[in-house]
Design a protein around this ligand. Sequence first.
Ligand SMILES: CC(C)(COP(=O)(O)OP(=O)(O)OC[C@H]1O[C@@H](n2cnc3c(N)ncnc32)[C@H](O)[C@@H]1OP(=O)(O)O)[C@@H](O)C(=O)NCCC(=O)NCCS
Length: 236
Amino acid sequence: MPHLLSLIREDVTNVMDHDPAAKSRLEVLLCYAGLHAVWFYRMNHWLWNHGLFLLARWLSEVARWLTGIEIHPGARIGRRLFIDHGMGVVIGETSVIGDDVTLYQGVTLGGTGKEHGKRHPTLEDNVVVGGGAKILGNIIVGKNCRIGAGSVVLRNVPENSTVVGVPGHIVFREGKRVVITDPKQINDPLSEALASVASEVNKLRERVQHLEGTENVTEPVPESLQRVMDDLDYQI
Ligand SMILES: CC(C)(COP(=O)(O)OP(=O)(O)OC[C@H]1O[C@@H](n2cnc3c(N)ncnc32)[C@H](O)[C@@H]1OP(=O)(O)O)[C@@H](O)C(=O)NCCC(=O)NCCS
């Protein structure tokens, strides 16, 4: 609470630095409902931590009427959270959000309805969650991850990953494309096709080497294939 004004100043500067649509500090102060919701939250979280649960909940409801964004006062949120556009965002009671996180409209940090206690997600620093994405359950989304618009994420996501789809699956990790080979992961027809072609090629190579009597000779991998392999990160 004592830092509320300095946090407000920091939030406005953060939007000026990151949103090309923001023309002036006054515009950001007046027109960004996502920031208004976060400022309400900061006050409500203080009330919550001081045992004023009903007042905190009621004011978070007022904030929802005004901004269309529902942040439970019990959630733990770091510095410079930017909720862009914002309408329809829901942040559940046991959510934890690190610093410099961006959420677009319609994002839900929710429970699955099957857990008790800590039942909402943890987003580490610098995560960006696209419009309409749902992140459900007590899972951790690692630092610098990007969650695609419309994704439904139900599992932990390692840091520096990009996740898309329903259910969400990793398409990039540490800057490399991911091919899913674990059948416990989601079924991905392209990954399955690639994995079975690779296995057939290996079998054929072994047969040819057997026929030629060259089993002990190591063939160099063609440059074009090597380039593709370098860009892939097999998820096993
Ligand atoms: C997920 C995201 C960050 C990926 O961006 P990127 O790193 O540039 O990756 P690409 O666009 O190259 O996409 C990688 C693959 O994922 C797919 N993909 C990207 N976003 C997707 C999404 N939201 N849902 C499903 N698939 C998606 C692409 O089609 C591509 O697949 P392909 O290689 O088989 O063709 C981006 O697409 C996204 O959804 N950003 C959210 C933006 C948003 O919500 N804006 C709201 C503004 S109001």
